[in-house]
Design a protein around this ligand. Sequence first.
Ligand code: ATP
Ligand code: MG
Length: 420
Amino acid sequence: MEKLQSLRGMVDLLPHETIVWQKIEATAQRHFKRASVSEIRTPLLEVTDLFARGIGEATDVVGKEMYSFSDKGGRNCTLRPEGTASVVRAAIQHGLTKQGSQRFWYSGPMFRYERPQAGRQRQFHQLGLEFLGFSDPRSDVEAISIAWDLLSELGIGELKLELNSLGDKEDRVSYRNHLVTWLEQRRELLDEESRERLEKNPLRILDSKNPKTKELLLDAPKLTKTLGHKSLERFEKVQAGLNDLEIPFQLNPSLVRGLDYYSHTAFEITSSQLGAQATVCGGGRYDGLVEQLGGPATSAIGWALGMERLVLLLSQAKQNNLATKPDIYIVNRGIEAESLALVLARKLRSKGQIVEIDLSGSAFGKQLKRANRSGAELALLIGEDEAAQQQAIIKELNTKNLEGPSDKRVTIESLLARFA
Ligand code: ATP
Ligand code: MG
């Protein structure tokens, strides 16, 4: 029979990996809570039109990478390729945008039909933040600082924050003209994809991953040079705010980000430890999106972290010696002993102990070997005699106790009292 396998680009997370994930999630939740950011959860499946209107038809994500299909009712559905459009949709749908500014975070799987490689999957996970109803440059600084502090606390090395401003709509129109004229003169040096983009969406060329195109673009006109006075002033305030918080950054005038909805601040946080897929976190301001999706004009800024890339970094840093170890391993054999062991395990767990119970029914020697391998500090031994007397033998494991056997017979009652 043909072996069943997961789909290409769809990845299982095994217990030694989920440990790292849980650590990241717990750290992130702490940071969000401290910054008064609330969680929002939206469905994985949305109407296709949400992303077509929100992200833009001319982007790779919408044009090439979406998992779209029609459901049994003939609706055009898409597995979400990113989180922002859904969060904005939910905020509009539930009238949250009318209740003043909102700070949200979300996490969960996203789907893009891309070519899988290290740090790039078809189902991947993002952890994201969205501030809706904030226009002050300080909100850009606050949003960025939450990402920076979170990554720093996780111990991600060689972090680099790159920053750019895409200005407002008028700035981009005038820059677009500049850029197109410059690129038209160098059309023959462009790769095929960039030539296509020259007609549809020239700014996106700046986002090219083709090394030759990247090199050519080093001399291209810079968006920051054509920013209007207001946009420039705003950009300077963001930079001053980051300086005040002592968050180091580098200006990168070709940073445009992959999605259509950005304006003003755009940023990426990279780690050179990641190689080709270096971006861990990307984000920026999207002042036009809420209106574009049918809501009231609302300024907004957000970012998203790629969980898989974070996990890769943390695993490289060998910080994941966190495998779940029980505190207590219960060795038990015989009918009475086995039922007492179950009761005891439950009581100890209710007192906060991590308890692993041996369910094999095999010989004591074999169970003890497993107890030693489990990494637990204590084993509790319960045989028929102990069960009859409501007792257990406490055995210290993995200790270098040279003063002879540590085994101690205690009543179940006094044992439980120890963990009060
Ligand atoms: P890239 O340039 O690497 O394709 P992107 O600009 O498409 O990234 P965003 O849409 O901004 O990425 O998503 C934010 C983050 O999500 C990225 O910085 C990355 O860490 C992660 N990410 C994006 N696509 C994938 C993927 N296919 N697999 C794993 N992580 C991803
Ligand atoms: Mg991409």
